[in-house]
Design a protein around this ligand. Structure first.
Ligand SMILES: Cc1ncc(COP(=O)(O)O)c(C=O)c1O
Length: 394
């Protein structure tokens, strides 16, 4: 199978050998009979591979892991109950007190909060590369992990992945990319030298807003370590029913991503230059500072668009409250269009000055452009912008 669209449909599983079931069955079981005491000992001793207990592995979950690994060009995959469970399992497996994590911001607020507030209690230090004077200065002999999102949430920065991987490897650190916004259809960070890719599968991989999940991909050796420690001992396993939904979602990833990109490109071009819109963040626009990097690293530019509205929070609230087709909700990557105000929702836990330093202003609105007809989406946005011009808000 050479082509992405074919692999999205077929990779990771075949027809069920026992029943001929064409769709991967939902193996809704907590435990698996191992038959004999001798086989139990072999399975637990690692001399024989097989299913033991669904916290560690389950056939429906395994099919999802294999499919995502194939699409990312990785040896193996490992699924979790959420994106945050995937990030935390990775950190608990590979970091120890005194280690440093360097990140290139901005990051999803939950990830930044996890690094800065939770890991710090365990003696793990988080360094914001930008505050430390850039990546070159931030990465030191103490750095064990360099973490980046591609593109970043919510300002859609696109960092040079090859450069980040090179810098991480120069000190023997793990290069980790959260590829949630791009999905493997648009960018595959392992091809740029990254060691591990993480996804909130809740977003584009699942695509339908009906399941929460996370996944890591990378080398078999590294992921076996995470399965044995971060997954087995922390316990954030993906359930088989959610794995089934995510697996079904991934099959249409390439088709959905094309539609998301069509919509976002049209929306971004429409918004650029509209009165009341101070700035449009979309890596596909020539005005975006990272457009050249994005053009090198991405097949197309994704389905996320952020805008900075003149008039700050008041304008953002009024704009959001006048949208009809876009649903006001967090999350992203669903077939339906969503809109949110990061400063008061996804990034509310960060101190205001940290948000502003990262460009997450009070007037910033993040749009997750769905697969609806872009003409309807543009009409909805135009109506909400028109409402901002009403005398009461001026
Ligand atoms: C870029 C990114 N990474 C990670 C997460 C966390 O994923 P989850 O909500 O599945 O735990 C999110 C959630 O919004 C996200 O946007």
């Amino acid at each position: 199978m050479n082509y992405f669209r074919t692999r999205a449909v077929h990779a990771g599983h075949g027809v069920d050998p026992q029943t001929g079931a064409h769709a991967v069955p939902v193996y809704q079981t907590s435990t698996f009979a191992y038959g004999s005491a001798e086989r139990g000992a072999r399975l637990f001793g690692g001399e024989e591979q097989g299913f033991i207990y669904s916290r560690i592995t389950n056939p429906t979950v395994r099919a999802f892991e294999r499919k995502v690994a194939d699409l990312e060009g990785a040896e193996d995959g490992l699924a979790f109950t959420s994106g945050m469970a995937a990030v935390s399992a990775l950190a608990f497996t590979f970091l120890a007190p005194g280690d440093e994590v360097v990140y290139l911001g901005p990051l999803y607020g939950g990830t930044e909060g996890f690094f800065e507030h939770l890991l710090s209690r365990f003696g793990i230090i988080t360094v914001d590369a930008e505050q430390a004077g850039g990546l070159e200065a931030a990465v030191t002999e103490r750095t064990r992990m360099v973490y980046v999102e591609t593109p970043t949430n919510p300002t859609l920065r696109v960092h040079d992945l090859a450069e980040v991987a090179r810098r991480a490897h120069a000190v023997g650190a793990l290069a980790v990319a959260d590829n949630t916004f791009a999905s493997p259809y648009l960018t595959r960070p392992l091809e740029f030298g990254f060691d591990v890719v993480m996804h909130s599968a809740t977003k584009y991989l699942g695509g339908h807003g009906d399941a929460i999940g996370g996944v890591l991909v990378g080398s078999s050796e590294r992921l076996a370590q995470v399965r044995g420690e971060g997954l087995r001992h922390v316990g954030g396993c993906l359930g088989p029913q959610d794995a089934f939904l995510l697996l079904r979602g991934v099959k249409t990833l390439p088709l959905r991503m094309e539609a998301h990109c069509d919509g976002a490109e049209a929306v971004a071009r429409f918004l650029e230059g509209q009165p009341g819109v101070a700035r449009v963040y979309y890596p596909g626009l020539e005005s975006h500072p990272d457009h050249p990097v994005a053009a090198r690293q991405m097949r197309r530019f994704g389905g996320m668009v952020s805008i900075d509205l003149e008039g700050g929070f008041v304008a953002a609230q009024a704009f959001l409250n006048h949208l009809e087709l876009f649903t006001q909700a967090v999350s992203l990557g669903d077939v339906e269009s969503l809109a949110t105000h990061p400063a008061s929702t996804t990034h509310a836990l960060l101190p205001r000055e940290q948000r502003e330093r990262q460009g997450i202003s009070e007037g910033l609105v993040r749009l997750s452009v769905g697969i609806e007809d872009p003409r309807d989406l543009i009409a909805d946005l135009a109506r909400a912008l028109e409402a901002l011009r009403s005398p009461a808000l001026r």
